[in-house]
Design a protein around this ligand. Structure first.
Ligand SMILES: Cc1cc2nc3c(=O)[nH]c(=O)nc-3n(C[C@H](O)[C@H](O)[C@H](O)COP(=O)(O)O)c2cc1C
Length: 217
């Protein structure tokens, strides 16, 4: 997944994914609807895997400029975005069950639970705190993705046990790619996979589906 940073051209996330034959998911800031429709079209043309919008950045004073504002999105606007493309749409930054329900109602393909790695609102809740509630509300309806401080295979298993279908890593992979490129990223992912196997053995999980709240008790 590629972000949509303030210092880079607005379409950076899409262009880079386009250069990699569409292999990626651009994640746009919650800009004006017209701008998002435009970026969605560009993403479609480059045949990306899916399109993300990080809704939690609605208050991003860091990103927004007078010419390039970010907004809170209404339920109607979320539906409009999903309906505007054939590509799967992922809404990122969901932190409570009510909003998760709205993401399901919007027709989105996945609900991405994230507090932006704790970088958007200091003092906000942790993903681990809100996941069980969100899972109770929408589990089985659409996939639940989650990130934030996942560093080891044990962390992956905990996130799945708390109700996510997919655990994602942010900073470790960015750091590894800068430190040693593809080789370092692969080594880190291999470490997480090995650690996950160890975590499964020690908690009696034969499959990832066996990871539930009982293993956390
Ligand atoms: C330097 C930096 C920039 C980020 N920029 C974006 C972004 O543009 N869009 C986005 O959706 N998330 C962005 N994130 C958040 C990550 O996508 C992800 O949610 C978070 O880093 C996960 O937590 P972790 O780094 O602890 O694994 C950024 C994170 C960092 C550290």
């Amino acid at each position: 997944m590629v972000g949509n940073t303030p210092s880079a051209p607005e379409d950076l996330g899409v262009t880079i994914i386009g250069e990699n034959k569409g292999w990626g998911i651009p994640t746009f800031k919650p800009q004006a609807q017209d701008k998002l429709f435009e970026l969605f079209k560009l993403a479609e043309k480059l045949d990306v895997i899916a399109i993300g919008v990080d809704l939690e950045c609605a208050g991003s004073t860091f990103w927004t400029t007078p010419e390039k504002r970010v907004y809170r999105k209404s339920e109607k606007e979320l539906r409009e975005l999903v309906d505007s493309t054939e590509k799967p749409v992922i809404f990122k930054g969901i932190m409570n069950s009510e909003d998760a329900g709205k993401v399901v109602d919007s027709g989105a393909s996945a609900c991405y639970v994230s507090n932006h790695g704790g970088r958007v609102m200091d003092g906000g809740q942790a993903v681990a705190e809100v996941l069980p509630d969100i899972a109770r509300e929408i589990s089985g309806k659409i996939p639940i993705l989650a990130d934030g401080a996942v560093r080891t295979g044990f962390d992956v298993l905990k996130v799945l046990a708390l109700g996510a279908d997919v655990a994602l890593l942010g900073r470790p992979l960015a750091q590894m790619s800068i430190a040693g490129g593809e080789v370092a990223v692969k080594k880190y992912l291999d470490y997480v996979k090995d650690d996950l196997r160890r975590a499964m053995i020690l908690t009696g999980c034969d499959t990832l589906e066996d990871a539930n709240m009982d293993i956390l008790a």
